[in-house]
Design a protein around this ligand. Structure first.
Ligand code: UDP
Length: 328
């Protein structure tokens, strides 16, 4: 039996594929390579195609014996989602509908879903737990919430069990040095700060310093990508053991402001990093910090790579060795 990983050639997908390979799982990857990189796959059988293409899904499900799905394939940029929400509804929501219908058709009853802290919006309580209100402040988070709700009804009607992992801010790179974060264009804070340290950018733009936080910049909870990958495997195991559907936050429980991230990156890299304050980016909540107690207790998740210095150091090592991402 194989695990189907949609979006497996992307940043978090490829680290999860690496972790699945390490434990000897058989893996099928479906990725349209819009954001993903073939080179990021350390193994598995790749189908290049889109979730919205029924023929390619038929091929994947008939040519392989899939027992569970890990679903990463989606657009995931807050800023872009505020400018082109239709792209997010089409690829994320409709794409997930196509996938769930094929799972139903082929009798595949387990899915682990790559969700996000953006489903909460501006939090009522910090740290956020899974029972807190979900009121997204951006179209990206709204589509992820819609995808979770769709899975809930496919469970009620067709018994497809799902575990949604709402992650906070993924960062860092694989310890082998073979894979890391390489988006094009890059929009995420830590890789952009490191590109500034490398001299590939003149400065880092700080999007707003007038938020209601101690230094006025946004606070986020950064979690190592390999710790996230481990949680996906625990979630697959949980579903295989017959568990009910559930939602889990994945974060460190500690928040760092944009200014603090830049300062730690200066210390880790020993390089000069210039910053320029710019207006707020649409859709950004001021503070997102997770309570991951439920994942720790129920999944047995124990994120071990949780010092921000070490997370940034692992990303820095990837950036130093791969200044042009996968295109060298
Ligand atoms: N950010 C920033 N400058 C950048 C990129 C990001 O100030 O060039 C801020 C962004 O406004 C947010 C935080 O850094 O408050 C983390 O943003 P990112 O895009 O990395 O992740 P998100 O929280 O949106 O998933």
């Amino acid at each position: 039996m194989a695990v189907l990983v949609t979006g497996g050639a992307g940043y978090i997908g490829s680290h999860t594929v690496a972790a699945l390979l390490e434990r000897g799982e058989s893996i099928v990857v479906l990725d349209n390579l819009q954001q993903g990189h073939k080179e990021a796959l350390l193994g598995g059988k790749l189908y290049v195609g889109d979730l919205r293409d029924a023929d390619v899904l038929d091929q994947v499900f008939t040519e392989n014996q899939i027992d569970s799905v890990i679903h990463f394939a989606a657009n995931s940029l807050v800023g872009e989602s505020m400018k082109i929400p239709g792209k997010y509804y089409h690829n994320n929501v409709y794409g997930t509908l196509c996938l769930l219908e094929k799972m139903q058709e082929y009798g595949v009853g387990k899915i682990v879903f790559s969700s996000t802290a953006a489903t909460y919006g501006e939090p009522e309580n910090v740290p956020i737990d899974e029972h807190d209100r979900t009121l997204p402040t951006n179209a990206y988070g709204e589509t992820k919430l819609a995808m979770e709700k769709m899975m809930k009804w496919f469970d009620t009607a067709h018994g497809i069990k799902w575990i949604s992992l709402r992650y906070f801010n993924a960062a860092g790179a694989h310890e082998s040095g073979k894979i890391g974060e390489a988006h094009n264009p890059e929009t995420h804070l830590i890789p952009i700060v490191l590109e500034a340290a490398l001299g590939k950018r003149p400065h880092i733009s700080v999007f707003g310093d007038d938020y209601d936080t101690a230094d006025g910049t946004c606070i986020r909870d950064y979690i190592h990508v390999s710790d996230l990958a481990d949680a996906h495997i625990l979630a697959v195991d949980k579903l295989r053991s017959g568990a009910e559907s559930a939602v889990y936050n994945l974060g460190n429980g500690q928040g760092f402001s944009v200014n603090e991230v830049i300062e730690i990156a200066r210390q880790v890299t020993g390089r000069e990093i210039k910053e320029v304050v710019e207006p707020r980016r649409a859709g950004d909540p001021a503070k997102l910090v997770a309570s991951s107690q439920r994942a720790r207790t129920e999944l047995g998740w124990n994120p071990g790579r949780n010092k921000l210095e070490d997370i940034i150091a692992s990303a820095w090592s990837w950036h130093l060795n791969n200044p042009d991402g996968y295109s060298k």
